[in-house]
Design a binder for this molecule. Structure first.
Ligand SMILES: Nc1ncnc2c1ncn2[C@@H]1O[C@H](COP(=O)(O)OP(=O)(O)OP(=O)(O)O)[C@@H](O)[C@H]1O
Length: 498
């Protein structure tokens, strides 16, 4: 529908846009990105017919934009310019209604029922209906942005051009505006071309992106391709980290702050002096957050956490919302849930075993609590309906080193293999199947690293880190199970329940 071919142009004596070619389909949401001064607004002005081309052509539906009369072009293209402070002596509704001008045949054409309907519909969509009779000047930048968007939408264009439309909007209205634009693109075939500075919003909403650099098209592709770390670093001269969005299949970019935070810059080292053990809980408190991956009741997945709590609960513990209950427990005990990984176990915490293991330029500390009363053979287990026995094997692995995400995941594999080997060697069986157990139904693990010091790319068993994790988990798990068995045996010979 829109074709830009070898377009060049700009202002007298200065070619700003240089030889750009792309096309945009009907119903597409097309984003234009680029650093300040790269020519985005100039390109948008060329598309809207405000600036003439020096070279090349721009066509809508096969016809050059220069061949359309102003009014004909206004029926096809509406523009939402960058908001600038100006005096608007109109009410909100009057301002929006000006957008219908392109559809009127003469200056004095009567206001029709259709005009009224579309104005009301769009004011409702843009959430400005309630203040339609107030003066435009009374409103905040964000509200004015929505008023001008409504004015552009009532024009009922085929193509909507927007220059930084989310600029003055708060988070909720940014989402609302972009949702509305995407819906209009999908459902009504509106072609949306928007200059966006927020690369993450562009990733979430745009079908394709044009990345401009010094007036040229540096890339025209889908967001995943355009938002590559290398390309963004090159064009914006800024270091970014690309990560997948946690809920949708779109990339997001994280800025790397130039100067490290004072506290982060401090050297941290995890060792047993930060551990405190009581009958009620085992706690490790780090001075600064550690990068963690865990299956904790609280703080699961990847995150940065300072507090690690393994809490003893009664064997009969049952709670409909155990996550909520655990968060409440942590708060009560003075741990901020957002900074804490919390696990539970019915195992006697005195049976724990922990130890530090030195590697070449890094070290590992492992803390294990293990109860094997509910041991299962994971290859033959069946889903449990109803409350699950809270007796479990909880494994904590702290690493004084700088791990890749790959190394975090490999650490879990290596530790799990070591656990299975301990159970096999100790002849611990699944009581139901009478086969060797591989764990318990509710085992939990955490890997937490300081992300300082030696770079540790891998943690498979072929690496030094993997070998140390394997050995550390093997030894501490074995000891924890021996402690557990010993206490059970003593309790039995004393005739009491352990
Ligand atoms: N009216 C004008 N007359 C002359 N030069 C201009 C005019 N408007 C912009 N320029 C110049 O054209 C270049 C590109 O400006 P443009 O506004 O297109 O960039 P942009 O990518 O939209 O930037 P920003 O992200 O800052 O909005 C700049 O060097 C600017 O100084």
């Amino acid at each position: 529908m829109l074709i830009v071919e070898n377009a060049s142009g700009g202002y007298t004596g200065e070619e700003v846009v240089k030889d750009i070619s792309f096309s945009v389909e009907k119903g597409e949401f097309f984003g234009i990105l680029g650093p300040n001064g790269s020519g985005k607004t100039t390109l948008l002005k060329m598309i809207s017919g405000l600036l003439n081309l020096d070279k090349g052509k721009i066509e809508i539906d096969g016809k050059s934009i220069g061949a359309y009369s102003k009014k004909e072009l206004a029926k096809r293209i509406a523009v939402l310019p960058q908001l600038s402070p100006q005096v608007f002596p109109y009410t909100v509704k009057e301002m929006v209604s000006l957008g219908r001008y392109a559809h009127h045949s003469g200056l004095f054409q009567k206001w029709t029922k259709q005009d009224e309907e579309i104005v009301q519909k769009v004011m409702k969509q843009t959430n400005i209906q309630d203040f339609q009779n107030t003066s435009v000047m009374e409103h905040s930048g964000g509200e004015q942005q929505r008023i001008f968007l409504a004015q552009a939408l009532v024009q009922n264009p085929q193509i909507l051009l927007l220059d930084e439309p989310t600029n003055h909007l708060d988070l909720a209205y940014q989402k609302e505006l972009l949702d509305l634009l995407r819906k209009s693109a999908r459902n009504e075939g509106l072609t949306v071309i928007a200059i966006l500075h927020d690369l993450n919003l562009a990733s979430l909403y745009c079908d394709r992106l044009l990345l401009m650099e010094d007036g040229k098209a540096r890339a025209i592709e889908n967001p995943d391709e355009v938002l590559s770390e290398e390309l963004i670093k090159h064009v914006y001269r800024t270091e970014v980290i690309k990560q997948p969005h946690s809920r949708v299949a779109k990339p997001q970019l994280h800025l790397m702050p130039g100067k490290r935070d004072e506290k982060l810059a401090k050297d941290i080292y995890i060792n047993e002096s930060q551990l405190s053990i009581s009958r009620e809980k085992i706690v490790l408190q780090a001075e600064t957050p550690l990068k963690t991956v865990s299956s904790g009741v609280v703080g699961s997945g990847f995150g940065w956490y300072k507090n690690f709590v393994n809490r003893h609960v009664d064997e009969t513990y049952y709670c409909v919302d155990h996550r909520k209950e655990m968060r409440e427990y942590l708060s009560e005990k003075g741990f901020r849930p957002n900074q804490t990984v919390g696990m539970m176990t019915a195992v006697n915490l005195e049976d724990n075993s922990y130890g530090e293991y030195q590697g070449d330029g890094f070290s590992v500390m492992v803390v294990v609590t293990a109860g094997i009363g509910a041991a299962v053979d994971g290859t033959k287990s069946k889903p449990i309906v109803g409350p699950v026995n809270a007796g479990t094997i909880n494994t904590w692995i702290f690493i004084n080193g700088n791990l890749t995400e790959e190394a975090f995941i490999q650490s879990i594999i290596t530790a799990t293999e070591a656990k299975a080997q301990v159970l096999r060697e100790m002849g611990i069986k699944d009581k139901k199947t009478n086969t060797v157990a591989t764990g318990t139904p509710t085992d939990s693990i955490l890997i937490a690293a300081t992300q300082q010091g030696k770079k540790l790319d891998y943690a498979g068993t072929a690496t030094e880190l993997g070998a140390i994790i394997g050995k550390a988990v093997y030894e501490e798990m074995k000891q924890a199970i021996l402690n557990y068995q010993k206490r059970k045996a003593t309790a039995k010979s004393n005739g009491s329940i352990g």
